[in-house]
Design a protein around this ligand. Structure first.
Ligand SMILES: [Zn+2]
Length: 331
C-alpha cells in the first residue's frame, strides 16, 4: 500500500475532515448562546459588543461548543470591524486589539479543552481548529443587506477589498487556523474575498459561505453557478457553502453545489426562523428545525456531500451535540 503512494500536502482543514471521518462538526450560533447567558445585543455591533464588555462569556460559550463536540470554533468577529469600532469612539489600536482578542479567546478555549481531554485516554475528540469569522460588508452595515446582496451603486470590487483587508490581516496574524467568510450575499463580494486572499498571500485555508433566501440563488439573485465559478479559480478557497440560510434549503443546495465545484462543502444553517435585519428581530418560525431534525438531517447532508456541518443563528450547543453524536456514530 505504501509503495508508490503519492505524498500529498494537505491543509489543516483537510486533515481535520479526514480525522473526523470525512465530515467535521462546526459549532453553532455564538450570539444565540451568548443571549441565553443573558447578554443583550440591541446594538449594531451585535455580538462584537461582548468582546468589549464580556470577553469571558465568549470563552465560556466556545468551551460549551467544544464540549458539545465541535471540531471547529468560529470566532466572535463576525460583526467586529475596524470602522464599526471607530464609529463607537475606539481608536484603531483598540479596534485591532479587539479583533486579536476574538481569536485569542477561541484559541485559549481550544487549548484548555484539548489539554483537559487528553487526560482521558479514551477520548475520541479532534484538536479543534479556530476559524476567524469575517462577516460580509452587509453585516457591518447592519441594515439587512447581507440578506439582500444590494450594496448600491457606490460599492465596487476595490472598495469591498479595502473594507475586508485590514481585519483579515489582523485575524491571520493573531493565529487563526482558518478564515470563515460568512453570509456573503453576492458574486462581487465573493470575488473580492478570493482576490484579497491572493493579494495578501494568505497561507491558512478559507471557506466562503453564502446565505440564500430562496434556496436556489445567492441573496442578490445571482446564481450559485456564477458565484462559484469565481471561487473555483482560487486555490486559497478550501471550501464553499451556505450559512445562516433556513435548514430546509440545505439538502438541495448541497446537491447543487456538488455539481458546481470540487471544493469541500460547508453548511451551517440557522434554525429556520427568519431574521428581520431592519427590525432586528426574529419573525414567526416557518419551517423551523429543532435539534432532533438537525440530527436527522446531518447524515443526509453528509451523504449528499457536505464535509463540514454545524449551525448558525438560533442553534445551540444542544444542536451541535445532536449533530456530533450522529456524525461520529461509527467511531
Ligand atoms: Zn446566523
Amino acid at each position: 500500500m505504501g509503495f508508490g503512494r503519492e505524498k500529498k500536502s494537505s491543509s489543516a482543514l483537510d486533515e481535520l475532515i479526514e480525522k473526523a471521518g470525512g465530515c467535521a462538526v462546526v459549532d453553532g450560533g455564538l450570539g444565540t448562546q451568548l443571549e441565553m447567558h443573558g447578554a443583550s445585543f440591541n446594538d449594531p455591533l451585535w455580538s462584537a459588543l461582548c468582546l468589549i464588555k464580556q470577553p469571558d462569556l465568549i470563552k465560556t460559550v466556545h468551551l460549551e461548543y467544544l464540549e458539545a463536540g465541535a471540531d471547529i470554533l468560529v470566532t466572535s468577529s463576525y460583526q467586529a470591524t475596524i470602522p464599526g469600532f471607530l464609529e463607537r469612539g475606539l481608536s484603531i489600536e483598540e479596534a485591532e486589539n479587539l479583533l486579536r482578542r476574538s481569536v485569542k479567546l477561541a484559541v485559549e478555549a481550544r487549548d484548555e479543552f484539548w489539554n483537559d481531554i487528553q487526560r482521558n485516554p479514551l477520548h475520541n475528540r479532534n484538536r479543534a481548529l479556530v476559524a476567524a469569522s469575517i462577516g460580509s460588508y452587509g453585516a457591518y452595515l447592519a441594515d439587512g443587506s447581507e440578506y439582500s446582496g444590494n450594496y448600491g451603486p457606490k460599492i465596487n470590487l476595490e472598495k469591498l477589498k479595502d473594507f475586508h483587508r485590514r481585519r483579515l490581516q489582523v485575524l491571520v496574524e493573531a493565529g487563526a487556523d482558518l478564515l470563515a467568510f460568512e453570509t456573503i450575499p453576492n458574486k462581487l463580494e465573493a470575488q473580492a474575498c478570493a482576490e484579497l486572499l491572493d493579494e495578501e498571500n494568505v497561507q491558512i485555508p478559507s471557506w466562503i459561505c453564502f446565505s440564500s433566501l430562496d434556496g436556489k440563488n445567492a441573496p442578490s439573485g445571482e446564481s450559485f453557478k456564477e458565484c462559484l465559478d469565481v471561487l473555483n479559480k482560487s486555490k486559497r478557497v478550501a471550501a464553499v457553502g451556505i450559512n445562516c440560510a433556513p435548514p430546509h434549503f440545505v439538502l438541495d443546495l448541497i446537491k447543487n453545489f456538488k455539481e458546481l465545484t470540487v471544493k469541500a462543502i460547508v453548511v451551517y444553517p440557522n434554525s429556520g426562523r427568519l431574521w428581520d435585519g431592519i427590525a432586528k428581530r426574529w419573525l414567526q418560525p416557518s419551517k423551523c428545525f429543532d435539534d432532533e431534525k438537525f440530527e436527522l438531517s446531518a447524515t443526509r447532508w453528509r451523504d449528499a456531500g457536505a464535509k463540514l456541518i454545524g449551525g448558525c443563528c438560533q442553534t445551540t450547543p444542544d444542536t451541535i451535540r445532536a449533530i456530533s453524536k450522529v456524525l461520529k456514530l461509527k467511531f
